[in-house]
Design a protein around this ligand. Structure first.
Ligand code: PGA
Length: 247
């Protein structure tokens, strides 16, 4: 399967920095590379419109979240329809930072994904265990439960991507072993197979301290179809090197 390398810029950067990053990526991602790897960047909401103007059409745009409702009186929210309208193809949902700092639970994430799909966006639904859950041997059970609760009835192989992001690996420089990543991705694939038709075509990304140095080891495993990259997506050369190291 063609890999997807998605950059989650999180809440970082001035407009000038965001445009600089978009321009650097656009200059370096040519048709040859884009034929081998799919790229997506997810800037903060406020920069999406401007980034979209200067971003190469070979790089897709994404949001980092969306509302669970349609347009209306919801102060501070951004709808899936708005993301689609401004040129987004993807939206990250249920990131562990949303789960942790905004109390997002599986049922809410499922509603958000439903709205994303209705609006023609591809959801990137994030799951992953905490350190305590891994240490107590519950990683697989937690991931299965999150998947079952977060995937809406509308999810299918053309509108949904899953990202496995162990919470303890995000922004910490720590990563699971290749064996652990392969094991969880196999469990995710099996869970998708039980729930959906044509589930073999659903991409399963790994995320959590992905760097150029570990990309070949972590991203070329069975059932690993790309990466969701945080910190290293803020540097064009690192983001590019991650993609190239998967080839
Ligand atoms: P990180 O973040 O690459 O900085 O660990 C990954 C993510 O949160 O998506």
């Amino acid at each position: 399967m063609k890999k997807l390398i998605a950059g989650n810029w999180k809440m970082n950067g001035t407009l000038r920095e965001a445009l600089g990053l978009a321009e650097a990526l656009s200059a370096q991602i040519g048709a040859d590379l884009a034929a081998q790897v799919d790229f997506c960047v997810c800037p903060p909401f406020i920069h999406i419109g401007a980034v979209g103007v200067s971003l190469s059409p070979l790089i897709a745009l994404g949001g980092q979240d969306c509302s669970e409702t349609g347009n209306g009186a919801y102060t501070g929210d951004v709808s899936a329809a708005m993301l689609k309208d401004i040129g987004c193809r993807y939206v990250i949902l249920g990131h562990s930072e949303r789960r942790q700092y905004h109390g997002e639970i599986d049922a809410l994430i499922s509603k958000k994904a439903e709205k994303a799909h209705e609006s023609g966006l591809i959801s990137i639904i994030c799951v992953g265990e905490t350190e305590a859950q891994r240490e107590s041997g519950k990683a697989e059970a937690v991931v299965i439960e999150q998947l079952k609760g977060s995937i809406p009835p509308s999810g299918n192989s053309s509108n949904m991507v899953i990202a496995y992001e162990p919470v303890w690996a995000i922004g910490t420089g720590k990563t699971p072993t290749a064996e652990d990543v392969a094991a969880i991705h196999a469990v995710i694939r099996k869970t998708l197979q039980e729930k959906l038709d044509n589930s073999g075509a659903i991409r399963i990304l790994y995320g959590g301290s992905v760097k150029p140095e570990n990309a070949a080891t972590l991203l070329c495993l069975p059932n690993v179809d790309g990466a969701l990259v945080g910190g290293a997506s803020l540097k064009a050369d690192q983001f590019l090197a991650i993609a190239k190291n998967t080839l």
